[in-house]
Design a protein around this ligand. Structure first.
Ligand SMILES: [Zn+2]
Length: 187
């Protein structure tokens, strides 16, 4: 009777361990992702677009784990500069890595005035920083179709292909791309 009870407790404990183990593994995996490449951005020139730029960065942080976009601490050198202006949105093509410099997003009000989704503009331009070229023309479900997705397109998220491409860009060491640094202009 006693033994059976002990055995029962042991089985129950094993059961608990069995349940607990996957959670522990998931936690470890989440911790590994904090070792992702971190790119900081300076939004001190982003004017009225500070919040939508943060939302665009969060889009990428939600969808990829090999790279993270974080707002730079004041007084520190940022990897990405965000500049609001009155032209068309533009960005330099990456993939950029920490400390390289040259990564810039020009958040152009022309697209805002034409009625394009503000967060989609931000996540699209940040997609260029992460090494994604334009895919134009393209459907709304593609983030990198940009303006060709339609002025009413409010999809702010990358599709599976775009997510996979960014994950691949930041899967290992620093990679170079043939057209890196090219300024891509939306219009
Ligand atoms: Zn573009």
């Amino acid at each position: 009777m006693f033994r059976r009870t002990v055995l029962g407790v042991a089985v129950a404990l094993l059961g608990l361990v069995g349940v607990a183990a996957p959670q522990a593994a998931a936690t470890t995996e989440a911790q590994v992702s904090t070792a992702a490449v971190v790119l900081t951005y300076d939004d001190s020139q982003a004017a009225e677009f500070v919040d939508v730029v943060a939302a665009g960065a969060e889009v990428w942080n939600t969808h990829v784990s090999n790279v993270r976009l974080e707002k730079a601490e004041p007084g520190t050198e940022a990897d990405i500069t965000i500049i609001a202006n009155d032209g068309w949105p533009q960005a330099t093509l990456g993939p950029f890595f920490p400390g390289e410099g040259g990564a810039t997003v020009w958040y152009g009000r022309q697209a805002v005035n034409d009625g394009y989704n503000l967060v989609r503009i931000a996540s699209h331009e940040l997609g260029h920083i992460l090494g994604l070229p334009d895919v134009k023309p393209g459907p709304c479900e593609s983030l990198m179709s940009g303006s060709t997705g339609g002025v009413d397109c409010d999809n702010v998220n990358p599709n599976a292909e775009e997510i996979a491409a960014v994950e691949a860009n930041y899967a290992g060491g620093r990679i170079s791309a043939p057209h890196k640094g090219t300024v891509l202009v939306e219009r």
